[in-house]
Design a binder for this molecule. Structure first.
Ligand code: SIN
Length: 310
């Protein structure tokens, strides 16, 4: 019998795969669709203090190798997700709540409200949204990130995680890891958000594909797999007391396997879920099981983090 269950903290997931924040998670109907699917968990849309319509449309486009988006955090405001979390059945599957305040004060306010629920929800603080004009990605500003995490850590009684932007330079990995390792209740790192501010061009029309920011947007899908795996594996090595949640470039069970081989405890799916819908999770689970059976692995611990170097 092949066992693909995993744990984030002490919470069991029947499968390691679930949605990335931003896909199938803005409406409660979407969250419920993920809950009723073969996903192992679900995460809500990154919320802000007040509801937001997000950036002007078109703001998402599928491309041959993935997607570009500049959604701009459209969400119903944190109270909507607070209500969902208050009524959620935690015996079913873990619920992650993504928080993306426009200021540290907003983040502290929202996190306080969620932890006051006294439910086993898992907060994922988004330090990496590339799409709000005038709001830089906190994960790229190490001093500001350290200040924010110091305040958040002091305010949090419960464990939490962060959603990170992709890093590209070894010195940046080391600086970021040194910051994360200061905080004991920071328990998981989600790697990676989209590669920010890419540009996709349509040759025929000689235009950009999306309206916000002169066409710049976060890149997801096949393009980002090597960057995602590099971030998963490097933080797995540099932050041995944290769990890593992989995100980026997953379209088949093979990429789920690769994320786990690189050290991921669970794996989120964004672009492909957007394109394929929640039936995707059944396929990913089946494909992961098939790879494990071919290799003689019985559970994820048999290969998690066991990537070999040459
Ligand atoms: C968005 O709403 O713009 C996407 C959120 C993110 O990438 O963090």
């Amino acid at each position: 019998m092949t066992d693909i269950s995993t744990h984030i903290l002490d919470q069991r997931m029947r499968s390691p795969v679930y949605n990335a924040s931003g896909v199938m998670c803005r409406e409660t109907t979407e969250l419920e669709a993920v809950r009723h699917s073969d996903a192992g968990a679900l995460v809500s849309k990154s919320c802000t203090l007040e509801a937001r319509d997000g950036n002007p449309e078109p703001r998402y486009a599928a491309t041959p190798f993935g997607s570009i988006n500049s959604m701009g955090l459209p969400n119903h405001g944190y109270r909507y997700y607070l209500d969902y979390a208050a009524h959620y059945d935690y015996t079913d599957k873990p619920l992650f709540i993504s928080i993306s305040g426009l200021s540290l004060a907003d983040n502290l306010h929202m996190l306080d409200a969620f932890q006051r629920l006294k439910r086993p929800l898992l907060p994922e603080v988004n330090l990496s949204c590339p799409n709000v004009p005038g709001k830089p990605q906190l994960g790229y500003s190490f001093d500001d990130m350290a200040t924010a995490l110091t305040a958040i850590h002091a305010a949090m009684d419960i464990p939490f995680g962060v959603k990170l932007p992709p890093y590209f330079d070894i010195s940046h990995f080391e600086m970021a890891a040194e910051i994360f390792n200061r905080f004991e209740r920071l328990k998981f790192l989600t790697c990676i958000n989209s590669i920010g501010n890419g540009l996709v061009v349509d040759t025929d029309s000689e235009t950009v594909l999306i309206k916000p920011k002169n066409g710049l947007g976060g890149i997801g899908g096949d393009y980002v797999l090597p960057t995602a795996l590099a971030n998963v594996n490097t933080f797995y090595r540099l932050c041995p007391d944290k769990q890593i949640i992989g995100c980026g470039g997953v379209g088949a069970g093979e990429q789920v396997f690769q994320h786990i081989l690189c050290g991921a405890s669970a794996v989120q799916v964004g672009t492909r879920l957007w394109e394929e819908g929640a039936g995707l999770f059944t396929r990913l689970n089946q494909e992961l099981v098939a790879i494990m059976q071919r290799k003689g692995y019985q559970c994820l611990a048999d290969f998690r983090g066991k990537l070999r170097t040459l």
